[in-house]
Design a protein around this ligand. Structure first.
Ligand code: FAD
Length: 405
């Protein structure tokens, strides 16, 4: 079994983990990333970047090359009911250069992050290895073991960063409770259809016949469609068989009905997203820090997950560098992170719950009758500009380049 000795072991090579690894490696910190997958192929993951994430990736020199691999700018986030545009969040109102959303395969971002990391002498990448054990000394986390057979590795580190996503294994191994919040009414059944020539330049929530659907262009030459269904009811719906599921989807997206008939031919073409929010009860322990989806999980509405994971990395970076340089491994060295970050995350969670209610819900106060009125009025209030700013950027965050070597 190979053994690595590093300052920081990042578990999970998603947007949060890879961004943090790059920041640390550029700061001269010895960092290893342990990643379960062998490739960065990730269908049905976050594909939409907000201006906040774009700004940070641009500062790191990642955005340009990632975009050169392919991606689509999207101008507006719209709610359309029976053909009428009820809400039109227009990103063109934001300052340039990031006055749009970017639909881009995660692979394009992750491969560029990895390429940049690999230019740093202090970086080690350990793909194709799933973390199975946390090493501890007393209460302090001191490393991980990952992989199996000839592929097995031990990584010893001053700090382990859990960036292994919404179902985090590290969180479970550490015994940190996760408070799951089933506050969203819908799950999402995703699928993609080939659509040469782009169909629209917006992200749309379309309410017509049947359940609301989310629709956006997905690179290359695809349209990604998310059919919403009552939370927790997929099994029941799927038991009626694939044709029954398809019969329910078709009326909701008549403009794509022919393409769906032709291209979506089995249950394997559909991918269910169990939509929930939630928080890990602790984000920092001695030798351990949780970031991204592992610390706080979000619904897809408003496309916030990647933004937040990358921001977490940028916020934790200077704190971790200071701790490593000072030889500190106790939780108190990073106590500032949950203190400054939790209020940001609470704000996003609240906004997403409101967005989901306003755009997707079929009942309640923002039901069918008053939704058009509220949506129209909102567009003329100062609150609208504030909401756009919050969705696009959240709290302004900057890269601590002064820590780079
Ligand atoms: C269907 C879907 C659509 C979404 N749409 C959007 C969107 O449009 N925009 C947006 O911003 N967000 C979206 N999200 C959320 C977004 O994908 C996540 O918030 C974001 O990827 C979180 O980044 P992360 O780095 O924290 O975790 P992840 O991206 O989940 O990365 C975790 C990494 O850890 C690895 N891993 C897991 N377990 C182990 C282990 N035991 N050992 C080693 N490695 C491990 C995984 O392979 C993965 O690479 C969507 C999510 C889903 C599921």
């Amino acid at each position: 079994m190979d053994t690595y000795e590093v300052d920081v072991c990042v578990v999970g090579g998603g947007p949060g983990g890879m961004t943090l690894a790059l920041l640390l490696a550029r700061s001269g910190i010895r960092v290893a990333v342990v990643e379960r997958s062998r490739t960065f192929e990730r269908d049905y993951r976050g594909e939409i970047l907000q201006p906040g994430a774009m700004t940070l990736l641009d500062e790191l020199g990642i955005l340009g090359p990632a975009r050169a691999r392919g991606g689509y700018p999207l101008g507006r986030f719209q709610l359309i009911e029976h053909g009428r545009v009820l809400m039109n969040i227009d990103y063109a109102q934001l300052p340039k250069p990031f006055d749009f959303l970017l639909s881009i395969p995660q692979r394009h971002i992750l491969e560029e992050l990895l390429a940049a990391c690999e230019k740093e002498a202090t970086f080690t990448y350990l793909p194709g290895r799933s973390v199975s054990t946390l090493l501890t000394e007393g209460k302090r986390v001191t490393g991980v073991t990952a992989g199996s057979g000839e592929n097995q590795v031990t990584v010893r580190a001053s700090w382990v960063v859990a960036a292994d996503g919404r179902y985090s294994k590290v969180r479970r191994l550490a015994g940190i409770e996760f408070d799951r919040m089933d506050v969203f009414e819908h799950d999402v059944l995703w699928f993609k259809i080939r659509q040469p020539g782009r169909s629209s330049h917006d992200v749309r929530v379309v309410r017509a016949n049947g359940n609301p659907v989310l629709i956006f262009d997905s690179y290359p030459e695809r349209v990604q469609i998310g059919w919403t269904l009552p939370h927790g009811r997929y099994r029941e719906i799927a038991q009626q068989g694939f044709d029954a599921v398809k019969r329910q989807i078709l009326p909701a997206v008549p403009e794509y009905a022919d393409a769906i008939e032709e291209q979506i031919t089995g249950i394997g073409d559909l991918s269910l997203l169990d939509v929930f929010g939630g928080y890990a009860r602790e984000w920092v322990r001695d030798g351990l820090v949780l970031i991204g989806d592992c610390a706080h999980t979000h619904a897809p509405i408003g496309a916030q997950g990647i933004n937040l994971a990358i921001q977490d990395a940028v916020i934790v970076h200077p704190m971790l560098v200071r701790a490593v340089r000072a030889g500190l491994t106790s939780a108190s060295a990073l106590e500032e992170y949950p203190r400054v970050r939790r209020p940001d995350i609470d704000r996003v969670m609240t906004l997403q719950i409101r967005q989901a209610k306003a755009m997707l819900s079929s009942s309640g106060r923002l039901g069918t009758a008053i939704r058009p009125v509220v949506a129209k009025l909102l567009a003329y209030t100062p609150l609208y500009a504030k909401i756009l700013q919050q969705i696009a950027y959240g709290r302004p965050v900057r890269v601590a380049t002064e820590y780079f070597q």
